[in-house]
Design a protein around this ligand. Structure first.
Ligand code: GLA
Length: 377
């Protein structure tokens, strides 16, 4: 099975331009893009002062706009979920169109991509830059206020600060990030969308976050950075079930993510396999944010195993559906993708969406020139 190639940015920009012209009869003055993301490891700990290791994927939201001389902002989208929100920045009236190649409800941060793309478009239209962390933090506020999900900073940071061939290692206590090289052509990350719709606004996400806050208060520590696995064990009964298991996930996932970052920096890639497996098990059993389809996809990758070129696999993102990531040897990637596809279909009756992505660039303005240079023709 051929892995689906990404739609080129230029194609998305051309599509948005044509739709904007058809809908509003105008020519764009600004175009912006922002990518979705996957997370290699470090799940549900960005709101616990933890560490996370996502990267921006080569699937994008693109928005293009023209000034309309009105006091109104009119946004069109071919999608059934436009979701655009004005963040109250003083901006001129404009007409805009949104297109996206980020699968929605797949745990790949299509909403963060929309937020970061919107902020980048507003920067272009107003000339007012949002420096450094201001953009992802503003976009995180948009997610809290408008999508109603009390998310951490991972998705908006990855969408803003992503770079080609780099993972974004984020310290979620200091909100500082560094880039970790991930450019070996021998390694491929396969994303498998289970097609089980992931919905974080229905309370599961918020209740997990709440449980970690309650747990930290019972542990009597100011930050998860000061909690050890032994502390959680010592307070196991006082914490009670399920908060004790939620806490165990947080402390063990923080350790696993630090170990994974070290393995990547030292190029001891095989160490990632057991770390990814343990992360998935912890999310499944202790944090309880997996589902049987995510477990099935990870099981299939595990069955293929090292002999078939798989290094490691786990669910990625918020969970309750969505996608898995399978890190593998590039030579085996097409066979692994085909096996994931066929066995998952056999076992669940659902046709998954499988693709690979290399780490890609974060949100930026697209000039007409850059759009042309990116053109495949
Ligand atoms: C969602 C949130 C992120 C993060 C992940 C889980 O994607 O938006 O902030 O908490 O879930 O790691």
């Amino acid at each position: 099975m051929a892995l689906l190639p990404p739609v080129p940015l230029s194609t998305l920009a051309d599509e948005a331009t044509a739709a904007l012209q058809a809908a509003f009869g105008c020519t764009p003055v600004a175009t912006a893009m922002a990518p979705g993301r996957v997370n290699l490891i470090g799940e549900h700990i960005d709101y616990c002062d933890g560490f996370v290791l996502p990267f921006a994927i080569d699937r994008y939201v693109v928005m293009t706009a023209c000034l309309n001389g009105l006091e109104a902002i009119r946004v069109g989208s071919g999608s059934d979920k436009p979701g655009f929100q004005d963040r109250g920045v003083a901006v001129p009236g404009f007409d805009a169109w949104v297109v996206s190649s980020v699968p929605m409800g797949a745990g790949l941060s299509s909403s963060a991509a929309l937020e970061c793309c919107t902020a980048t478009l507003l920067e272009a239209l107003t000339g007012a830059a949002l420096p450094g962390r201001e953009k992802p933090l503003l976009c995180q506020q948009a997610e809290h206020a408008f999508a109603g999900v009390p998310c951490g900073i991972m998705d908006q940071y990855a969408s803003t600060f992503g770079e080609k061939d780099r993972l974004v290692f984020i310290d979620c206590k200091t909100n500082e990030h560094s880039l970790v090289p991930f450019s070996d052509p021998e390694l491929t990350l396969i994303v498998a969308n289970t097609k089980v719709h992931h919905e974080l606004s229905d309370g599961g996400y918020a209740s997990r976050r709440q449980a970690t806050e309650t747990g930290l208060a019972i542990l009597g520590k100011p930050s998860w950075r000061e909690v050890t696995a032994a502390d959680v064990e010592a307070q196991w009964n006082a914490l009670g079930d399920p908060i004790n298991r939620r806490c165990r996930h947080v402390v063990t996932e923080i350790s696993r993510t630090l170990a994974a970052a070290t393995a990547l920096r030292e190029n001891t890639i095989d160490e990632l396999g057991p770390l990814m497996a343990a992360s998935h098990e912890s999310l499944r059993d202790d944090f309880e944010v997996s589902c049987k389809e995510l477990d099935t996809m990870v099981e299939i990758a595990t069955e293929i195993g090292g002999a078939g070129g798989v290094i490691g696999a786990r669910m990625t993102g918020g969970g309750f559906g969505g996608s898995t990531v399978t890190l593998c040897r590039s030579a085996h990637a097409p066979t692994i993708a085909a096996t994931l596809h066929d066995r998952y279909h056999q076992r669940t009756g659902i046709v998954p969406e499988i693709f690979s992505s290399r780490p890609a660039a974060g949100a930026r303005q697209l000039t007409p020139l850059a759009t042309q240079a990116d053109s495949p023709s």
